[in-house]
Design a protein around this ligand. Sequence first.
Ligand code: FMN
Length: 284
Amino acid sequence: MTSIIKTIKMRRSCRTYEFKPIEQEKRSAWEVFLTANTTGPFGSQVRFILSDLQQIKPEEAKVPGTYGVIQGAQFFIIGAVKKSEMAMEDFGYAMERNVLYATESGLGTCWLGGTFKRTGFARLIDLQEDELLPAVTPVGYPKQKKSLTDRIFRYMASSDKRKPWEQIFFLNNLETPLSGNQTGDFGQVLECVRIGPSASNRQPWRIIKDEDSRNFHFYLQRTPGYGNLIGGISLQNIDMGIAMCHFELSAREMGLSGQWVRQIFPEPKAAPGGMEYIVSWVGA
Ligand SMILES: Cc1cc2nc3c(=O)[nH]c(=O)nc-3n(C[C@H](O)[C@H](O)[C@H](O)COP(=O)(O)O)c2cc1C
């Protein structure tokens, strides 16, 4: 098995695919993985299917339902989550596990939360009334030569750039950026959060570390007017779930144990600067 930290570093969104089916053996392994991926850290129920959009012909480069953003993909992972308070975070966490599993097996993915039509995908997964379908991802072999749309997307979202450490990681309060030598063993773990995907690459996660413990408090700096879709889908809460996934998997790989605790009352730090408290990692 490849290192999860290496996998997180390798992942990039891919919007242009080879028209090459995924081998049956890999598909069977997928079924096993998806069937076992049933819940997120807050306990919301999730379910995923690997769907073969057979109607796409090789010559038909643009995949229906994705507004032409995705080209050449034949397979999609479609996900649903039961409506609940932390459904978006749980979905983000669980779907990102699928994304990393794909990356590890040499397959490309691209989170789609905005540029896809939900109706067709909802039918394929037989979406229930008490469920939401927050996002899907194509999965397939990446094409070397990227489509123009792919390149424009990456350019528009500055996809190869990330906010510098001092704008997203802090010590005790928002006035004190966290410097490299204050992170202890967690430098690599925080870097795995920083390079993660987020909707339109907005990177809404902010993390405050306690000075005298291994506790990290996760806040959401919401982009005004962005990412809240009809029916309770919030792309930026999904981003938080992805950040939790990267944090936890890389921490565990480094042997850093801990657990998620949502300290609703009192909050660990009264939500500074208009941010929303999400969760804390309480290090052992
Ligand atoms: C929740 C979420 C929703 C996204 N929705 C879309 C989308 O609708 N269309 C798209 O082309 N990319 C979408 N993306 C991909 C981001 O634009 C991408 O992750 C970001 O620009 C960083 O690039 P990278 O993934 O290559 O590192 C989404 C990503 C996330 C996490």
